[in-house]
Design a protein around this ligand. Structure first.
Ligand code: ZN
Length: 130
């Protein structure tokens, strides 16, 4: 029994057809079990490549918790900090969307990664397409 495991992904092969607990599955069964496992690894590695590093997600959580605490104790300072974050957050989001779009990503892809609809992503960022 082989272990098809990556963070957020657990693979299973039944009748040479790889599936993943993230909802992904191969369109067709593979020739061999090894081919099916290779296909699962391709899926999981590509999906993992899109995942932000855990250490950055932890930093993001810490920042959010500290700002939340600051809102409670020093709301004016929290507001200034959030305004500061806004000065780089918006341009970086636009930069990331433009860079992602230049790789051929669709508005659905952009929306999925931002947690918004395809339509909302298009309305918000279509001015970046030139
Ligand atoms: Zn998966």
């Amino acid at each position: 029994m082989s272990d098809l495991e990556l963070p957020g992904h657990h693979g299973t092969v039944i009748d040479h057809r790889p599936t993943c607990d993230c909802g992904w599955h191969a369109d067709h069964p593979s020739e061999t079990r090894a081919d099916a496992e290779s296909e699962w690894w391709r899926h999981a590695l590509i999906a993992n490549e899109a995942r932000p590093p855990d250490w950055l997600l932890v930093k993001s959580d810490v920042l959010r918790e500290q700002v939340t605490e600051m809102i409670r104790t020093r709301p004016e300072a929290a507001l200034r900090l959030l305004a500061e974050i806004d000065t780089w957050h918006r341009p970086l989001t636009q930069h990331a969307v433009a860079a992602y779009r230049s790789t051929g990503a669709s508005w659905t892809d952009v929306g999925n990664n931002l947690g918004i609809t395809r339509q909302a992503a298009h309305e918000r960022f279509r001015h970046l397409d030139t």
